[in-house]
Design a binder for this molecule. Structure first.
Ligand SMILES: O=C(O)c1cccc(O)c1O
Length: 551
């Protein structure tokens, strides 16, 4: 059954929409979909190459055999805590080995990790807990000067469904918190229970969002395994691959493009970078003989500067992937000569469609496009405002469907209707030009989203928080061009009394439990909002104002 799945009472809307049966059989026949389960990736490599290094986190190292043992232990322990097939579990961890252990253990149980980001706070996590009905929440003790244990206790008190909180690090002897370390020691018999089906929901990713609250993206075992496999083939991964995870581990880019899953599937080694600092990453490349890694555009000039200054040995590095936001062509051209590796541009989305430049693409293509779809099964349309296809070379909205692109958001039927065509294409909201070769150039977007150096910010979500401020009568968040991040955020406010400062607004949002990266970089007050002829806030006029002198 691939068309719709539900764990709700009959008659209710399904939680999410799968592929139409005709498409599903096409994807199986073409060999895109197999019966591979995500939970078997490490098991298979542990049988083939038990002694090879699978995972490195600081001074801690795991062979495939050791990783397999610990995943089995954590699987048993989580089963013992009552987790079962279909249960949702919010996982909010930085780049630590425990993410990998917990993630694969959840896959084996058929439980569904919900990929929260370390920067998320009460507002985002509470929303995820409410929508998913999560039964457990996995957190670090502290990270980036934030105590996740107190947030977890708050969430547990607010959301009765969240029965277990598991803490990586110091659980502080708190009776309600389960130390992750204890799960690793479990040596009971393997748990029973139904194994997952390859068509089951395997994970929930977060979308950048465009309408107020983060939307959840359902990914299945077979589509996500295909995503990782197809990307790994294009990147020519094998047992000799050493992948460095620099960007957040929960990000789809880091997980499976080809990232952690692609590398482990190929029997390679995953190295976790504890932070995105260029000095840390370049030292790890040298020490671990890293062959592949991935960054976002704002990191590129910092990597180039650090490499120039400290001259680390980067001879092992074959490919540097750059994605999450548009890479300026000038930086693209410097990567090969200055880092001595090949650039691969990456334009993807947690919703599915992934575009990569190929390792044998001409230099000009690699430096000026964001790649082409990874699968022959990806269908791409570029359309004008009326939904009519535009010719190659003309700008239009990118629409797509295919073997690893969602057919609808999780528990969001209205949002799904707004973002899919009748014939099942996902409207990405990205404006692209397609070359005759199929390569895409990203030229802008039609959705109300801001890309702050790779952090996707939903303007509507932030505006709703701004409107809750007692002094604010009207609010609009827009992007201003920025040399470093590509875009920064500017909040335009109409206020009844004295307008709050950017700092006041940041404190107000923090108080409301909103992730810090969503606080506006600048706040400007207006006497009144410019309006379009139909009476909506004229964001184009506001964007034009951001080009003029800063206040
Ligand atoms: O934003 C991207 O470009 C991106 C790339 C790879 C994977 C993703 O999920 C992405 O959002």
């Amino acid at each position: 059954m691939d068309s719709a799945r539900s764990r709700q009472a009959p008659g209710d809307a399904p939680d999410w929409q799968g592929w139409p049966p005709e498409a599903a059989s096409r994807y199986r026949d073409a060999g895109y979909w197999t019966d591979e389960l995500l939970g078997d990736i490490v098991r298979r490599q542990a049988a083939a190459r038990p002694e090879a290094t699978a995972l490195v986190d600081g001074e801690r190292r795991w062979s495939y055999a050791a990783l397999e043992r610990e995943i089995a232990a954590v699987t048993r322990a989580l089963h013992g805590l009552g987790l079962r097939r279909g249960d949702r579990v919010i996982v909010q961890l930085p780049n630590v080995a425990e993410f990998v252990l917990a993630w694969f253990a959840l896959q084996r149980l058929g439980a569904v990790p919900v990929h929260a980001m370390p920067a998320h706070r009460r507002s985002e996590i509470d929303h995820l807990a409410r929508v998913t009905g999560a039964v457990a929440y996995v957190v670090p003790d502290r990270h980036a000067r934030f105590d996740h244990r107190s947030l977890a206790v708050e969430i547990r008190e607010a959301r009765n469904a969240v029965r277990r909180v598991i803490v990586v690090g110091d659980a502080g002897g708190h009776p309600d918190l389960v130390p992750f370390e204890a799960l690793r020691q479990d040596d009971g018999p393997p748990p029973g229970g139904e194994p997952p089906d390859p068509g089951d929901l395997a994970l929930l990713l977060l979308s950048g969002g465009t309408t107020g609250t983060p939307k959840l993206i359902p990914r299945t075992h077979r589509d996500y395994a295909y995503n990782a496999r197809a990307a790994a083939e294009i990147c020519r991964l094998g047992p000799e691959t050493v992948y460095l995870a620099v960007l957040p581990i929960a990000f789809n880019f880091t997980m499976s493009c080809p990232g952690i899953l692609g590398t482990l599937r190929a029997g390679g080694t995953v190295v976790l970078a504890p932070n995105p600092s260029p000095a840390t990453a370049l030292r790890l490349i040298e020490r671990e003989r890293v062959t592949l890694t991935a960054v976002n555009p704002p990191l590129v000039p910092h990597w180039l500067a650090e490499a120039e200054e400290t001259r680390p040995d980067l001879t092992s590095l074959r490919v540097l992937q750059v994605g999450a936001a548009r890479l300026p062509d000038e930086w693209a051209r410097r990567i090969g000569p200055e880092l001595g590796c090949r650039l691969q541009q990456v334009f993807g989305m947690a919703e599915g469609l992934l575009n990569l430049t190929r390792l044998d693409d001409a230099e000009e293509i690699v430096c000026t496009t964001q790649g082409r779809p990874i699968s022959p099964g990806d269908e791409v349309r570029v359309t004008d405002e009326d939904g009519r296809p535009v010719p190659d070379g003309a700008a239009g909205e990118l629409l797509t469907r295919g073997p690893y692109t969602l057919n609808g958001y999780y528990r969001a039927p209205r949002h799904t209707r707004a973002h899919f065509t009748e014939d099942g294409y996902y409207r990405t909201g990205d404006l692209v030009r397609r070359l005759p070769s199929g390569h895409l150039r990203v030229v802008g977007r039609v959705k109300d989203q801001i890309n702050r150096g790779g952090e996707k910010i939903d303007a509507t979500e932030v505006e709703e928080h701004l409107l809750a401020h007692p002094a604010v009568a009207s609010a609009a968040l827009v992007a201003a061009p920025d040399g470093e991040l590509g875009e920064r955020t500017v909040a335009f406010l109409v206020c009844a009394g004295p307008p709050p400062s950017a700092r006041d607004i940041a404190a107000f949002l923090r108080e409301r439990g909103v992730a810090a990266y969503k606080a506006p970089d600048r706040v400007r007050s207006l006497r009144e909002m410019p309006l379009t002829p139909v009476g909506k806030i004229d964001k184009r006029a506001l964007r034009a104002l951001t080009h003029h002198a800063a206040p």
